[in-house]
Write a protein that binds this ligand. Structure first.
Ligand SMILES: [Zn+2]
Length: 378
């Protein structure tokens, strides 16, 4: 058998379901499969994911500076996508800076953020960060001599009133817009009983040799912030527990976790000053800004041998991975030009292989260099 055949046979694919527990209980999950020709040839038996964290589109939208940052963020994403040709992208929260967005529908900025991925035909999934549905904050400078700048509120013939314009776009609307308008989006509005947290769902990476057998399970959780406290609730922890028991009862399938705001456990493993072994990374420039409370999710994660790593954004000046009990806690890398901090931009990349399973990660910088490679599981 030629190498090409092996590559084609062992290519990993992504299937999706489980967003809604009723669907799963009734066993009626429609699995979508995914194949892209160039991936089959280039990537062989690996499944590669790019994490885009903290893009902050729409920041200072009324200035010249803001829109220029968004253009630069598009460039970072485009560079990473063209160099790495990932099979999948995860938007890891703070896609937009909603507290700066003074238009009726913040999804217009959201759409800009996903456009480089969408244009390249790469599927993606997203979770919410604390800025995505944050209420509009009136900037102090609007009340000084230059006055309130021209915003796009109160346009003639528009049905959106000024008041609505500053009301913000709720999580549920942002997600609905993303899903309805993008066939490549694998995001889900999670179970309604987890409200007000929204982006809670599971995706399965499968082998094309046997689409029913899972190579890895990807869990997405909404870590709050913006319109409600920064926390993963005990209801979400309970949902994770139920879901993981259902999908992976004997913990035989490796599990990978994504949310935006680091849990308190990140503080326990954070390197002091320089990043030193066993941690791996290249910037450690600030303190971990963790969730407000810990309500059980970490205890569940460490008790499952199948959970290999947690990936978060939120801290723009941190990009390390450190071991915590038997799993790894990792930061992504600040990808967007919106948001605080001038550290150079990049994206964390994950690579999953099967038979044997491995999870490798590195950071691809905007200038094309890669750094901080780490083997998280093998
Ligand atoms: Zn951020």
């Amino acid at each position: 058998m030629s190498l090409m055949c092996l590559c084609l046979l062992s290519q990993l694919i992504l299937t999706v379901g489980f967003g809604n527990s009723a669907e799963q209980h009734e066993g009626t999950v429609a699995l979508r499969t995914l194949r892209r020709n160039h991936v089959e040839v280039q990537q062989g038996s690996s499944f590669k994911i790019a994490l885009f964290a903290d893009l902050h589109f729409g920041e200072d939208a009324w200035t010249n500076w803001g829109p220029r940052q968004d253009v630069k963020s598009i460039k970072v994403m485009s560079t990473v996508l063209d160099q790495e040709t990932p099979d999948f992208v995860v938007y890891l929260g703070d896609v937009i800076t909603a507290n700066n967005v003074a238009i009726g529908n913040a999804s217009l900025y959201w759409d800009q953020a996903i456009s480089p991925t969408e244009e390249r035909g790469i599927p993606w999934a997203s979770v919410f960060g604390n800025h995505d549905d944050a209420p509009f904050e009136w900037p102090l400078e609007w009340f000084s001599a230059p006055g309130i700048p021209h915003t796009h509120c109160n346009l003639p013939n528009s049905s959106v009133s000024g008041e609505e314009c500053f009301r913000g776009t709720p999580r549920i609307e942002l997600m609905k817009n993303e899903i309805q308008h993008n066939t490549l989006s694998y995001s889900r509005n999670g179970p309604t009983e987890l409200w007000p947290s929204i982006s809670n769902y599971v995706l399965q990476v499968s082998s094309s040799q046997d689409p029913d057998s899972a190579v890895a399970l990807l869990y997405f959780l909404d870590s709050g912030g913006g319109s409600y406290p920064e926390v993963i609730s005990s209801a979400q922890a309970e949902w994770f527990n139920r879901k993981s028991q259902e999908l992976n009862p004997n913990s035989s399938v490796p599990e990978i976790i994504f949310w935006h705001i680091p849990s308190k456990a990140y503080k326990e493993v954070a390197p002091i000053f320089r990043i030193h072994k066993p941690c791996v990374g290249s910037i450690n420039k600030e303190k971990v800004a963790s969730q407000e409370a810990e309500m059980g999710i970490m205890k569940l994660l460490v008790e499952r041998p199948s959970v290999k790593a947690v990936f978060v954004g939120h801290n723009h000046g941190l990009d390390w991975c450190c071991p915590y009990e038997k799993l790894w806690l990792c930061f992504a890398r600040h990808t967007g030009y919106g948001g605080y901090g001038n550290w150079r931009r990049g994206a964390r990349i994950l690579e999953i292989t099967e038979k044997p399973f491995s999870l490798k990660s590195w950071i691809r910088m905007e200038n094309g260099h890669s750094r901080s490679e780490v083997l998280l599981s093998s």
